[in-house]
Design a binder for this molecule. Structure first.
Ligand code: MG
Length: 389
């Protein structure tokens, strides 16, 4: 299996790497250089996508693949980002920072500080590097390898991708790549032509997966970087109506409003509190106000609306939720409640334990229509949004 198709947590490395750029807002098009066999018959996620993706045949060396891909870049494109398909865990933030640095400096490379002490050596391994042999140096040959220098760790960075370039810089750098000489990355070519290359702080989890041995640690990173499930919000609605009769206090949203009439009821008849209580109970699926505060129970006789609301807050919390916001419409012909809206919001917010700007109360009349319009009743409609803390 080509290493690009190795599965990490059930998803091919290549698909993960492509998704990073498909989802990145600064990227306009994606050109994927693949081994010829794979390029002939690319996987579906390279064919159907929300951004233009072109699949091309890669070359023998890394720089040939990049040159082939670069030849396909839209001429209007200002910056080119080069990324190893084998680094599926680079974040959008790293891509953004690399692009920003390249826009400023012309060339930028993600890299992390060396943590280990770095030794320059001589002997068979060093010679091996020059004859192009790579990979795990044959263990036996290490017997003859000796240290010639310890390089100050502070001056060492380990290059990753993404690497980003202004278009002209990458064009010139690739033109410089001589046949027969291998550049391990494009930044090295830019350096070779004397162009400054800026370091962008890379990410330790941005590992390169090149063999099946790398897959177990990749699996750990994949699981750790999985987005947490979105916190669930729950909405509920509530409605209440009380007859208005002489000789009762008019309590609305926990505030007494001067009036010759007030709501008839077992409790204080505060329609705003009652509608919000029902909305909250509805959101958590706990039934309605009558179930928790029955009007047959003397305990709730003349109960203040705010007290019922406080009890509803406890029920909601016990259900694992907190109040996000509430919005209420009061329907009342007279008196006008406008001057009392802010005190009501403050009282409700205090009881709900949320900021005042999360409590909205609006007053309306019923335009003289129906019982409410004739001043025989007061009504309220409410919605409550609850969320998991
Ligand atoms: Mg009521």
């Amino acid at each position: 299996m080509p290493k690009q198709l190795l599965l990490v947590d059930g998803r091919p490395i290549l698909e993960r790497s492509i998704a990073l750029f498909v989802e990145h807002p600064a990227i306009d098009e994606i050109i994927v250089a693949l081994p010829p066999d794979l390029a002939e018959d690319p996987p579906a996620y390279l064919v159907a996508n929300s951004k233009p993706i072109r699949v091309i045949r890669g070359g023998m060396r890394r720089q040939d693949s990049v040159a082939n891909a670069f030849a396909e870049v839209d001429p209007r494109c200002e910056l080119v980002v080069v990324h190893d398909a084998a680094r599926p865990f680079a974040t959008a933030d790293l891509v953004s920072r690399t692009i920003a640095a390249a826009a400023e400096c012309g060339a930028a490379v993600a890299a992390i500080r060396a943590r280990d002490t770095v030794k320059r050596v001589q002997g068979p391994a060093e010679a091996g590097r020059h004859d192009g042999s790579q990979g795990p140096a044959e263990a036996g040959r290490h017997a003859d390898v000796t240290v010639t220098e310890t390089i100050p760790r502070e001056t060492i960075y380990l290059a990753q991708t993404p690497q980003a370039f202004q278009r002209g810089v990458l064009r010139d750098a690739l033109a410089l790549a001589e046949p027969g000489s291998e550049a391990t990355d494009e930044a090295a070519l830019a350096e070779r032509m004397g162009h400054p290359v800026r370091i962008v702080e890379g990410e330790p989890s941005n590992i390169k997966i090149t063999t099946p041995d790398d897959v177990p640690s990749a699996e750990l990173i994949a699981r750790r970087s999985q987005p947490k499930p979105a916190r669930t919000g729950r909405a509920g609605t509530g409605y209440d109506l009380h007859r208005l009769v002489p000789g009762r206090r008019l309590m609305i949203g926990g505030v007494e409003i001067p009036s010759d009439r007030g709501p008839l009821g077992h409790s204080d008849g505060d329609v705003v509190c009652h509608a919000v209580v029902d909305a909250m109970l509805g959101a958590v699926g706990l039934g309605d106000i009558g179930r928790h505060f029955p009007d047959t129970d003397p305990h709730w006789k003349d109960a203040a609306g705010l007290d019922l609301l406080a009890r509803a807050v406890e029920l909601v919390r016990a259900g694992g939720f907190e109040v996000g916001n509430v919005d209420v419409t009061v329907v009342l012909e007279a008196p006008k409640i406008k001057a009392f809206v802010d005190p009501m919001r403050a009282a409700m917010a205090g009881t709900l334990g949320i900021a005042v700007d999360r409590v909205s109360i609006k007053g309306k009349t019923n335009e003289g229509v129906d019982a409410v319009g004739r001043g025989e009743a007061i009504a309220a409609h409410a919605i409550a949004l609850l969320r998991q803390p």
